[in-house]
Design a binder for this molecule. Sequence first.
Ligand SMILES: Nc1ncnc2c1ncn2[C@@H]1O[C@H](COP(=O)(O)OP(=O)(O)OP(=O)(O)O)[C@@H](O)[C@H]1O
Length: 354
Amino acid sequence: MVLNLLSKESGMLNEGVLSSSAAIEDSNLDLTLRPKRFNDFIGQDRIKENLHIYIKAAKKRGEPIDHVLFSGPPGLGKTTLSQIIASETNTAIRTTSGPILDKPADLAGILTNLQQGEILFIDEIHRLNTNVEEYLYSAMEDFSIDIIIDQGQKARSVKINLQRFTLIGATTREGLLTAPLRSRFGVLEKLEFYPWEDLYKIVCNSARKLAIPIEVKGAEAIAKRSRGTPRIANRFLRRIRDVAQVLGEDGKDVIDEKIALRGLEMLGVDENGLCEMDRKILQTVVKSGGGPIGLKTIAVSVNEQEDTIEEVYESFLIQRGYLEKTPRGRIATKQTYEHLGVHKQMPAQKKIFQ
Ligand SMILES: Nc1ncnc2c1ncn2[C@@H]1O[C@H](COP(=O)(O)OP(=O)(O)OP(=O)(O)O)[C@@H](O)[C@H]1O
């Protein structure tokens, strides 16, 4: 049964494919593992130091910190950092997300209920609809909003002052943010993929919190194949725990290197940390003669949403040197051919007649 779940999940990075009970268990464990303070948050040192200073200075002035925008691929800790800011500043955090805020009234309801210094966290802020986004401008800048009361001829606009709050926006697609919205954030921080050494520490910490016995080599194997992403490292750890419990030698539940590698193979993760979808994307580019090939064509060929390819897979493949993005499309690199074990077909040499 465990094995079935693993093979179904194979190569998928989204939680959507987990059975509902596994998904609930995973999200509960996610809460257990989420760092609560800067001290528990591993890596991203430059960002942590910056935030530490901004928080200290704001406290000194007796003001809330400036609006913050976190950008970067999914699972790197944008939500976690936002919650840490709230706990480090002893303030409440109200959470919503871009697609949920359908109309300005939805946002007005939330804004007018915010208390002095509270944090409003908007996840996927790049997906705010234009009307709602424009409404946010004056709230962020002047801490006021205009609302229309009454209808028809009696309709009039009334200005409402808001308490001073901090908006924290998170986005996986910073490029989709409009310039007016982007310019209203005082702090812009881009989270980067983690080096494996940081992920190793995260895996060890999580194993300790969940009382999972793990050997150094086992933790290293997971850390090196987790796409530079803490959420993935934690998920692999939990799935490989299942493997250790069922397939561990002599009834031992320990995650050693052998079990870790076996579990990763079952998850469809190869020695460089690429999953099945990564390989499908790269194969599509290579089959097209190495590119340039458009995102749309790739999406149709691998049967995945364009957005998901850009947000989840492509950013990692580009960062690791497997793919280049040009205005004419995606291009495979030498490393891609080497990894897939395919020989690059060189264009036929032109004959030079003298
Ligand atoms: N630096 C870190 N140290 C330890 N654990 C981390 C770190 N960053 C993230 N995590 C873990 O990874 C999980 C995912 O992090 P989080 O939800 O903050 O990512 P995110 O960037 O907001 O993702 P998304 O864009 O999908 O919303 C968290 O539950 C937490 O357990």
